[in-house]
Design a protein around this ligand. Structure first.
Ligand code: ADP
Ligand code: ADP
Length: 229
């Protein structure tokens, strides 16, 4: 488990245009914190800073009290699992895509991850099962199926920290519900940062922060924020 903390983080891609203007919050060990807010608010920028794709101009980001400025990007990638909104799978088999990054996983572990991601029955119904090629020259999966393969990969990888970036926004509402259930299972017991633009997708978060133009303007739980309108 791990505690993620942002302390008075200021960030700008270009000096004349501040994107994050003093953002502070923490994600307690094993809890889920959601960041919601309009497009352009700076939500995805937060996750890019967490992976050290960029460095804050001031303030700091810590994991278990350690400033990530002193942590190698590779270690961050190992510790933080990411389910992005648009999953791009490798042009290889479904099994390869689930095992990616954890090649030593057994067949049983792979199947268990697929089961938790609720993609096992779909895969087992295919003539070639886990050996089915996907991508450009293979089977074309729907957005929801790709997401579930990505979720299975993340479950297998088992990172202590999880970032879900608008993970269901590209899906229709029926698929979204199913993916949400799978994501809730992955997030269970992990330190999770969810990035979303709608309150309706983060019902289960322990805390919700509303980010607007680089500033946290509200914080509360789902029902509390709804009451305030
Ligand atoms: P959100 O995820 O809330 O939609 P982002 O963090 O993606 O917001 O973007 C916040 C602002 O930063 C936007 O105005 C966006 O145009 C700008 N921005 C994002 N990425 C870059 C970049 N690489 N270079 C310059 N500006 C960027
Ligand atoms: P993987 O397929 O194992 O996710 P990648 O090379 O695609 O491998 O990325 C390694 C890790 O880096 C990802 O698991 C994710 O945690 C992180 N990562 C990759 N791309 C992004 C991104 N655009 N934003 C945030 N994190 C990313």
């Amino acid at each position: 488990q791990a505690v993620v903390r942002f302390e008075d983080v200021h960030f700008a891609y270009h000096p004349e245009r501040p994107i994050l203007r003093g953002v502070s919050f923490s994600v307690p060990s094993g809890k889920t914190v959601a960041i919601v807010g309009p497009s352009g608010a700076g939500k995805s920028t937060l996750s890019r800073l967490l992976f050290r794709f960029y460095e804050p101009q001031s303030g700091r980001i810590t994991i278990d009290g350690q400033d990530i400025a002193a942590v190698q990007q590779d270690s961050l990638r190992a510790a933080i699992g990411m389910v992005p909104q648009d999953t791009v799978l490798f042009n290889d088999t479904i099994g390869y895509n689930i095992r990616y990054g954890r090649w030593e996983a057994s067949e049983t572990e792979m199947r268990e991850a697929a089961r938790l991601a609720q993609i096992d029955r779909f895969i087992e119904g295919l003539p070639e099962g886990y050996d089915t090629p996907v991508g450009e020259r293979g089977l074309k999966l729907s957005g929801g199926e790709k997401q579930r393969v990505a979720i299975a990969r993340t479950i297998l990888k088992g990172p202590p920290i999880l970032v879900l970036d608008e993970a269901t926004s590209a899906l229709d509402s029926f698929t979204e519900r199913e993916i949400q259930d799978a994501l809730d299972r992955v997030a269970q017991g992990r330190t999770t940062l969810v990035i979303a633009h709608r309150l309706s997708t983060v019902v289960n978060a322990d805390e919700i922060l509303v980010l607007d133009r680089g500033v946290i303007v509200e914080r509360g739980d789902h029902d509390g924020l709804l009451d305030q309108g």
